[in-house]
Design a protein around this ligand. Structure first.
Ligand code: SF4
Ligand code: SF4
Ligand code: SF4
Length: 288
């Protein structure tokens, strides 16, 4: 069998230090695998690997110590058991997600469902460099959207039904940015200060603070690597229906301006945040 290391890497087989051995990277969306997939991975790792699997820092999974002679068999047996291979190089990588509103009491958006949709639409799309996406259900940021090339975090604009307020003052006490002050026994909200974290809605004992509008905040340009940097806010509030358009616009910007192997954040810094934000605004405006 002839080995093309670059092609194998692109297709999810990463060369190890140990001669002739590869770690096979698996496709995982939002950190979830079905029990059937886990069983398949178990069987393949037992048959061809070294008795263990490796969990990556981005909710991915790898089976180490696959001998190059078994690469085709491993690929086929994984696929037959419903497990797809991961990708490397200049592509959209596996999408990360926290539990989101499906399970977590703090969640404002269903991060798992969104990550699956993003994965279906954009996984392995070619770009000049690696492109990582993460979705968090709220701005507690458990899925670390700020460390990714593009990150989404659920946000919630609160709405007040004053007649239900019992004037306890809890919302004013716990608002992390002091956007609420008590005036004549009732909360007064500064929309300018509010970061749409939704904490007042979760905590209000009488239900006076209710869900206004849910959406996502968008961060771009985050990376770890050799020159780590947290992403910056590209859009502070966006409807979740605009997520595909925001990703399309970012990938188009990357393809138009990026150099080979350059990180997305570096591209934005070189071309200018203003230009990138303009492109995002155009792509995600209400009637776009
Ligand atoms: S980011 Fe928010 S929704 Fe997601 S797990 Fe953390 S607290 Fe829950
Ligand atoms: S937490 Fe709810 S009940 Fe208490 S002051 Fe705020 S709005 Fe009113
Ligand atoms: S949503 Fe968050 S930032 Fe806005 S008023 Fe409520 S607690 Fe404060």
């Amino acid at each position: 069998m002839e080995m093309n290391i670059a092609e194998l890497k692109k297709g999810g087989f990463l060369k190890q230090l140990q001669k002739d051995y590869f770690a096979v990277r698996l496709r995982v969306a939002g950190g979830n695998l079905t029990l059937e997939q886990v069983e398949t991975i178990h069987q393949v790792a037992k048959k061809y690997g070294k008795g263990y699997i490796h969990l990556t820092t981005r909710q991915g999974m790898e089976i180490p110590f696959i001998h190059f002679e078994h690469i085709d068999a491993v690929r086929e047996e994984l696929r037959a058991g419903g497990v797809e291979l991961g990708v490397c190089g200049g592509t959209v990588r596996g999408v990360m997600a926290c539990q989101g509103s499906y399970m977590c009491p703090h969640g404002h958006v269903d991060a798992k469902a969104l990550s699956r949709q993003i994965d279906e639409q954009f996984f392995a799309a070619p770009v000049p460099g690696k492109f990582k996406i993460s979705v968090a259900g709220c701005n507690r940021s458990c899925a670390k959207p700020q460390e990714n090339d593009l990150g989404f975090g659920g946000v919630l604009r609160p709405a007040l039904r004053e007649k239900d307020c019992i004037s306890c003052g809890l919302c004013a006490d716990l608002c992390p940015v002091a956007a609420i002050t008590m005036q004549d026994g009732y909360p007064l909200l500064s929309r300018e200060k509010c970061i749409a974290c939704g904490e007042c809605v979760t905590a209000c004992p009488s239900g006076a603070w209710r869900e206004g509008e849910a959406g996502v905040r968008v961060w771009a340009g985050g990376r770890i690597g050799r020159d780590p940097k947290l992403g910056e806010v590209a859009i502070s509030f966006m409807p979740i229906t605009k997520i595909p358009a925001a990703i399309e616009a970012s990938l188009a910007f990357f393809r138009e301006h990026g150099r080979s192997k350059e990180r997305f954040g570096k591209v934005i810094e070189r071309i200018g945040w203003e230009k990138y934000r303009e492109a995002m605004e155009r792509a995600t405006k209400k009637d776009a």
